[in-house]
Write a protein that binds this ligand. Structure first.
Ligand SMILES: C[S@@+](CC[C@H](N)C(=O)[O-])C[C@H]1O[C@@H](n2cnc3c(N)ncnc32)[C@H](O)[C@@H]1O
Length: 237
């Protein structure tokens, strides 16, 4: 890995690798996003919790693949749901099926509910009746984009992958978000539940050991140097 020298004219020499710079910036960027003291991050008026670099990648994948359905696990107020629904409107095809357990008072904002391309399902993304409901809604679909951003424990994410992964056809993407938790590269202490139980990154590792139907697309993940889904851009084989 190449090393950079920072501030050489001031006599201060700091050797730091490309990877170290990216990882430190990633942590700073994530911390600033989690800081709720400043103006909220909104997508067309709805709070959103995504890395804008990943969002750029997602719109490019969607425009290329033009899926029949997006399946989103974890929506909160629905900023990401609206972003995906608007992208599908621009493409002129497809619907987003968004699932959230809705344990908090806040849920999909009215403009997300009113969007002609959204189908919103309250419930746990791994509950058998909800999985059946989603599969029933998308049964005419041939092409999918799945994005997992709900409960970030290893067991839960693995169950989501096993529930929705088989729907995808060759070349489709399943995105496992927040695989940056638990030391990848965010410090494990930032999310105590994934530190104790494993998180999305560990779920991907476990899935890849058990099955061989997805490959990790590092090129797409790294186009903007860092992603909230490290090793989480999975392409169906
Ligand atoms: C990080 S937020 C989603 C943020 C949203 N995707 C965005 O980018 O704006 C995680 C959401 O997952 C939901 N959640 C937690 N456990 C869940 C479960 N078992 N099934 C479905 N959703 C769940 C929470 O209610 C919460 O709204």
């Amino acid at each position: 890995m190449s090393r950079f020298q920072l501030n050489p004219r001031q006599g201060l020499q700091v050797n730091i690798t490309h990877e170290e710079i990216v990882n430190v910036f990633h942590s700073l960027f994530y911390a600033s996003e989690q800081d709720h003291s400043g103006p909220p991050k909104l997508y067309n008026g709805v709070p959103i919790h995504k890395n804008p670099f990943d969002m750029f990648n997602y719109q490019q994948i969607l425009f290329t693949q033009k899926p029949d359905y997006i399946i989103e696990c974890g929506a909160f107020q629905g900023g990401s749901t609206l972003f995906f629904a608007d992208t599908l409107s621009l493409i002129g095809k497809g619907k987003i099926v968004s699932v959230d357990i809705c344990e908090r008072a806040e849920r999909w904002f009215p403009q997300v509910e009113a969007h002609e391309r959204t189908i919103l399902i309250p419930g746990s993304s791994v509950a058998p009746d909800i999985v059946s409901q989603v599969k029933n809604v998308v049964k005419d679909g041939k092409s999918f984009f799945v994005i997992l951003d709900s409960l970030h424990t290893q067991a839960h994410v693995l169950a989501e992958m096993e529930s929705y992964g088989p729907l995808l056809t060759k070349g489709n993407y399943m995105i496992v978000e927040d695989s940056n938790l638990n030391g990848h590269p965010l410090p494990p202490e930032w999310h105590t539940q994934t530190m104790r139980e494993g998180g999305p990154f560990e779920a991907v590792q476990e899935y890849m050991k058990k099955y061989s139907d997805f490959q990790i697309d590092k090129d797409m993940e790294n186009r903007f140097l860092f992603s909230y889904a490290p090793s989480g851009y999975l392409v169906k084989q």
